[in-house]
Ligand binder design. Structure first.
Ligand SMILES: [Zn+2]
Length: 329
């Protein structure tokens, strides 16, 4: 079926990996469509996660001034609206946007204000998650988590750790996640993507996240699946991205259907609308084509997503009603 018009919730989406050609052209008119496709979009198969992430650098380079950050944020809201996303959590790492002299506070304030405008213009509800990165120092990680605290009661709703889990250990970041815990900051964390179940265990034990970004390799450990269910830890699954980064050889081999059947809470996400050259509508279509997923599966995933969203009960109830209404028709 056609999923574009179906309402959706997205929890795992990187701002700097989702620039449309329209906004890239606006920011740098010398970039041709062909160059854009080469530099911003990853091929269907990358060597690994580290290879996939190199495409993010093109986006980050164009997001170094207030005006650039504003335009990229508004561009993403347009894309979300076109994909009929009702509620989205967008994430980015503010500390990689300081190259032209902005302070971390200015970066976050700029994206926060642009989000308020995007929400107003499109009606898409949204929250912003600030990411530390695996290769960051302990002090950069602390700086990022304290920014979440400083911007509480704005569009900023949580803290995440992203980037290459296989290349860098957790050590530098334990203190930041402890800070998040004592300051009641909601957390998610990338794990079980480039590394296996040991990385998910390590992340859960040391970072206490409410959700895991990807976490798909959890399926390899029955005890871990049981633990995720007991603690009601939600998996933000991004099917196409997982094939590109070589977690699985092809979509047919993805374990999402098996994970769904274990009743672990999960949602469907794009991860990176540009790098993965995808939308939620496309992801849903892939799942229908390969696993015979139906509206019932997508309703369940969307309800789980909104239940685990970092937002108010009021917003959750409103979105829930709209989802049930649309999918049960
Ligand atoms: Zn991600």
């Amino acid at each position: 079926m056609e999923y574009t018009q179906m309402p959706k919730v997205e929890l795992h989406l990187h701002l700097d990996c989702s620039l449309s050609y329209d906004v890239v052209y606006q920011l740098n008119p010398t970039i041709t469509q062909e160059e854009y496709e080469k530099a911003f979009i990853a091929p269907p198969k990358c060597t690994d996660l580290a290879d996939y992430i190199t495409r993010a650098l093109s986006g980050v380079q164009l997001m170094q001034t207030k005006e650039q950050l504003r335009l990229v944020t508004l561009d993403l809201f347009k894309q979300l609206k076109a994909d009929n996303v009702l509620y989205a959590e967008i994430r980015f790492a503010p500390l990689i946007h300081l190259e032209k002299g902005l302070t971390p506070e200015e970066v976050v304030a700029t994206v926060n204000e642009a989000m308020s405008l995007g929400i107003k213009q499109t009606g898409v509800k949204a929250g912003l998650i600030l990411c530390t990165l695996r290769h960051f120092t302990a002090s950069q990680s602390m700086q990022t988590v304290t920014l979440v605290d400083r911007f509480k009661d704005t569009n900023i709703v949580g803290f995440d750790i992203a980037a290459d889990e296989a290349g860098f250990p957790i050590d530098n970041h334990v203190k930041a996640f402890n800070y998040a815990k004592t300051h009641h900051i909601k957390c998610t964390a990338h794990a079980g993507e480039a590394k296996g179940t040991e990385s998910v265990w390590e992340t859960i034990t040391n970072f206490n996240p409410l959700r895991i970004g990807h976490g798909v390799r959890s399926y390899e450990d029955e005890k871990l699946i049981t633990f995720l269910k007991e603690r009601d830890i939600h998996l933000e699954i991004c099917p196409t991205s997982n094939i590109q980064t070589n977690v699985y050889q092809e979509i047919k081999g993805h374990k999402i259907h098996e994970i769904y059947n274990t009743e672990v809470s999960l949602s469907i996400n794009t991860d990176a609308r540009t790098i993965s050259n995808t939308t939620l509508a496309k992801e849903y279509q892939e799942l229908e084509n390969n696993f015979n997923w139906t509206k019932a599966h997508f309703l369940k995933c969307n309800l789980e997503a909104i239940r685990h969203a970092f937002t108010t009960e009021e917003v959750k109830n409103e979105i829930r009603q709209k989802l049930i209404h649309a999918y049960q028709e």
